[in-house]
Design a protein around this ligand. Structure first.
Ligand code: HEM
Length: 417
């Protein structure tokens, strides 16, 4: 008789979770395996390494984005990081940044945001559709002859949104190079890329230059309105009535910065997702109305924004953990967007997915005001590329990503057109 094996073991113990640095190059290159493990370990986790709460569960992130105890006001800590030698330039920059709606809580936030509400509505941005399609085709004709190899990020994904946003905002083409240079340097400051004192100084001064430039443009449009965002907001009559001219210009310094690079990343990430998955690409080619779904699925699965940062305004309890006033909170939307409690088969890219609210544009009061414009531009570019380039394919199999806590941004996307 064979002896019966008696086992005393219970369920296999869960693998020990090991904290990792989000800017570790391996995690940055492919964050999702680690973020899934982190969410499974604890959807609300204090990270000694980041000195911040990492919130990764969909429900918990949504909760924070609605909770008045969780504040968006984080300009002071940003300025506290400025090295001593660059402090002279910090005070004015601080004033400008404190006018960005994304750094304001209610009721200030509502007061600021309503100035732009009408201009960003889907029906208002829809009139840029024909211009965007035309500009996309013209740019591709010049840069992407069928059969040629190229880099989608440099050929179209970055320059096309820049062209559309400059035109939409009202920045003349001749001024575009300095306008985009200042914007990029402001990005270094806000996204944490500035490290050295000289980099901080350049960024802080760029923000001031951008503000001075936009103040000049606003003055010109007051004198002589054109068909652009600045003129349209001025015509709406809200500037000077509840929101000052300085606040308006301060908010304008956020606009291009918030939309330019992110929209380029959305275009590149969507094309990477489709070119990796022939079945999904085929579905989109056969049913062009699925282009919008592919863009949406990319926002969920591999969107341009990995997290939003907040601070606890007062002590608050989340998932049984006490967040203390002043604690930093990383709302890791890239993890929440793959939460199996919200999305079936969360790691699968499926253009026919229905249901579930992804957080790729944020959620709640700070939901991306530029979402309709970003969608319009991304759908136009992706649509033209999948329809007009039947042989489009990836060149090479390894892709590298810029090192960033907040952005998911390819360094290049080599293809054959
Ligand atoms: C694919 C492109 C884009 C992505 C992924 C994106 C993502 C986001 C996210 C996640 C937020 C919420 C931030 C937070 O809660 O802290 C946000 C807010 C914002 N976005 Fe976008 N964005 C995009 C395009 C744009 C465009 C085109 C514009 C304008 C031209 C824009 C302007 C803004 C502004 C002004 C806010 C702050 C809104 C507020 O605080 O009420 N974004 N965006």
């Amino acid at each position: 008789m064979t002896p019966t094996a008696i086992t005393t073991a219970g369920p296999a113990p869960a693998a020990r979770f090991t904290e990792r640095y989000l800017l570790d190059p391996a995690v940055n290159a492919d964050p999702y395996g680690y973020l899934n493990a982190l969410r499974d370990h604890a959807p609300v986790h204090w990270s000694p390494m980041h000195r911040a709460w990492l919130v990764t569960g969909h429900e918990q992130v949504m909760h924070c984005l609605r909770d008045p105890a969780v504040s968006a006001d984080r300009v002071r800590p940003l300025m506290d990081a400025v090295p001593q030698g660059a402090r002279d330039d910090a005070e004015r920059a601080f004033t400008i940044l404190s006018r960005w709606m994304v750094f304001n809580d209610p009721p200030q936030h509502r007061r600021l945001r309503q100035v732009f509400q009408e201009q960003f509505a889907a029906r208002a941005v829809a009139r840029y559709s024909a211009f965007t399609e035309r500009a996309t085709r013209a740019m591709l004709t010049r840069r992407a002859a069928p059969g040629r190899t190229g880099d989608i990020t440099a050929d179209i994904a970055r320059p096309l949104p820049a062209l559309v946003f400059a035109r939409w905002l009202g920045v003349p083409q001749a001024h575009a190079p300095s306008f985009w240079y200042w914007n990029a340097r402001v990005g270094d400051l806000v996204l944490g890329a500035a490290q050295e004192e000289s980099e901080y100084r350049t960024s802080l001064r760029s923000l001031v230059s951008l503000e001075e430039y936009l103040a000049g443009l606003v003055a010109e449009r007051r004198a002589e309105p054109k068909d652009d965002l600045i003129s349209s907001v001025l015509a709406g009559g809200r500037v000077g009535d509840g929101v000052s001219g300085e606040e308006f210009v301060g908010m304008l310094t956020q606009m291009a910065f918030a939309g330019g690079e992110t929209t380029g990343n959305l275009i590149a990430n969507t094309l990477l997702a489709l070119l990796h998955r022939p079945d999904q690409l085929r579905a989109v080619r056969e049913e062009p109305e699925l282009v919008a779904a592919a863009v949406e699925e990319t926002l969920r699965l591999d969107g341009p924004s990995k997290m939003s940062i907040r601070t606890a305004a007062r002590d608050t309890v989340l998932d049984g953990r006490t967040l203390r006033a002043g604690d930093r909170i990383f709302l890791v939307t890239a993890a929440a967007n793959r939460d199996p409690a919200r999305f079936p088969d969360p790691d699968v890219f499926d253009v026919r997915r229905t249901g579930g609210t992804h957080l790729g544009f944020g959620f709640g009061a700070h939901f991306c005001i530029g979402a309709a414009l970003a969608r319009l531009v991304a759908c136009a570019v992706v649509g033209v590329l999948v329809r007009d380039y039947p042989d489009l394919r990836l060149e090479g199999t390894r892709h590298t990503w810029q090192l960033s806590l907040l952005n998911r941004s390819l360094t290049a996307l080599p293809v054959r057109y």
